[in-house]
Design a protein around this ligand. Structure first.
Ligand SMILES: C[S@@+](CC[C@H](N)C(=O)[O-])C[C@H]1O[C@@H](n2cnc3c(N)ncnc32)[C@H](O)[C@@H]1O
Length: 434
């Protein structure tokens, strides 16, 4: 049985387009082409654009991307694309689409609109025109208009405007995909799960290699890595928007989930030592991490309460150390001397600023990072350390020279993922330049 192919767009945190494309290609190989599913079709990865990746595939490919992608923020099904000059053209394009094929007027919906260099005067008004066009179409064809629910809609329509083109998408994810369903307590500044998963992929970590997060907070890196090692699909504990769309076929979805359970069993059988370790200075954070890891299905990781300045390698064999230290703007470093003078810029303005470019190291932060750098150099020879931070002066404070730095966005906060190759006797005193 052949099924229709669609164009899909998968948004992701900026900077993670290449890892997402690689992940989608793997999902295509393992979970669509290889799965015993009729009507599955294939998943063919297309262009990477800033903030996302296109692919082409059938309905099963869309469901598989939702279930298995750790890096995607959402999976959007392309409904139409057309040129426009004004809001009326957008209304006409939207009204021409057969929304009645996808959902019923008895369902609730919301519309979101994103624009880059669009000439329309008001994005709010244009969003209303898209909403009206969908509602009018359903009233004309199916007899009544859907109601709007911005908080928990059954259906989400996305419109994307460039300078002269409008693309309409139906969201098949519902809640954004970084919400895996296991996080109980957010802690002070948790990373989004899909950013953590993308960073893990950027480090080149693979299951079996020792992984250590010495400032693990709520345990996001640990949970993503351990679920990967144990073959647990990131979406196995949540619901998806596609379940409310008309083409949803529960039998087909069940087959996909059963195949995922089989993969999990196979991964568990082949996994002898999980080799994933975390520590944090805060006992409260470790409690939160434990609860999260339990809910994520990976309850038995080693978590210790340790000041990162006193950390020691958790294994004899070197591995990957991955840390997301406190950012000056977001959370305080603990276990250090008294904080220096408070900066005079009000917090709200600081948050709007380019934090990466402007961050000024606090003397107490510097002291902490110098000690942390010493611990890396003296106790972790042979390890590769990755540090995600919004502070461009971090390599200088660690007294280490980075071998790579990758720009990434943690929400609106511009960060770098610095890589340090810790070679025995490689203490370098020259701060890195940027
Ligand atoms: C930005 S948060 C990490 C968030 C984590 N990646 C997550 O997703 O939840 C920084 C963490 O560093 C911890 N921390 C602060 N000072 C520390 C120190 N001296 N040693 C170890 N951990 C420390 C904090 O308790 C906090 O959990």
């Amino acid at each position: 049985m052949s099924s229709p192919l669609f164009d899909w767009f998968v948004p992701c945190p900026r900077g993670l387009e290449a890892p997402l494309a690689a992940e989608l290609a793997e999902i295509g190989e393992l979970h669509v082409a290889g799965a015993p599913l009729s009507g599955g079709g294939s998943l063919v990865v297309g262009a990477q654009v800033p903030g996302g990746v296109h692919f082409r595939g059938g309905w099963v490919a869309g469901m598989a991307a939702n279930l298995h992608s750790r890096i995607a923020s959402r999976v959007l099904l392309k409904i139409a694309q057309g040129p426009y000059r004004n809001e009326n053209d957008i209304y006409e394009l939207t009204h021409r689409q057969r929304w009645e094929q996808w959902f019923a007027p008895s369902q609730t919906m919301r519309v979101d609109l994103t624009a880059i260099k669009s000439p329309v005067k008001s994005l709010e008004f244009t969003t209303l025109r898209v909403k009206d066009a969908v509602c009018d179409r359903l009233r004309d064809v199916a007899g009544s208009r859907p109601s709007i629910d911005t908080a928990q809609p059954d259906v989400r329509v996305f419109a994307f405007l460039t300078v002269n083109e409008c693309t309409l998408y139906l969201d098949t994810s519902g809640e954004p995909l970084f919400k895996r369903g296991w996080r109980l307590d957010k802690g002070a500044a948790p990373l989004r799960e899909n950013l953590a998963a993308g960073i893990l992929r950027l480090t080149g970590w693979t299951p079996g290699t020792p992984l250590f997060d010495p400032m693990c907070g709520s345990g996001t890196f640990l949970a993503e890595a351990a679920q990967t090692a144990l073959g647990i699909a990131p979406g196995s504990e949540r619901r998806f928007g596609f379940e409310k769309l008309k083409p949803f076929h529960p039998g087909m979805w069940q087959k996909l989930k059963t195949a995922a359970t089989e993969q999990r069993r196979a991964a568990r059988a082949s996994q002898s030592d999980i080799n994933i370790f975390g520590s944090d200075i805060s006992g409260d954070m470790l409690e939160k991490a434990r609860a999260n890891l339990h809910r994520a299905g990976v309850p038995n990781l080693s978590l210790k309460q340790v000041d990162a300045r006193n950390m020691v390698p958790p294994t004899d064999a070197p591995g990957i150390l991955l840390a997301n230290p406190p950012y000056g703007e977001r959370i305080e470093v603990r276990g250090r001397g008294p904080r220096g003078e408070v900066r005079d810029t009000p917090r709200s303005r600081r948050e709007d600023d380019d934090a990466f470019a402007r961050a000024q190291p606090d003397p107490a932060d510097t002291e902490f990072f110098v000690s942390f750098g010493n611990a890396l150099k003296q106790r972790f020879p042979g390890w590769r350390a990755y540090v995600l931070t919004s502070d461009r002066k971090l390599p200088g404070m660690l007294r280490l020279r980075e071998s790579t730095k990758t720009p990434l966005f943690n929400g609106a906060l511009e960060c770098r993922l610095f890589r340090f190759d810790l070679i025995a006797g490689s203490v370098r005193n020259r701060p890195a330049e940027e």
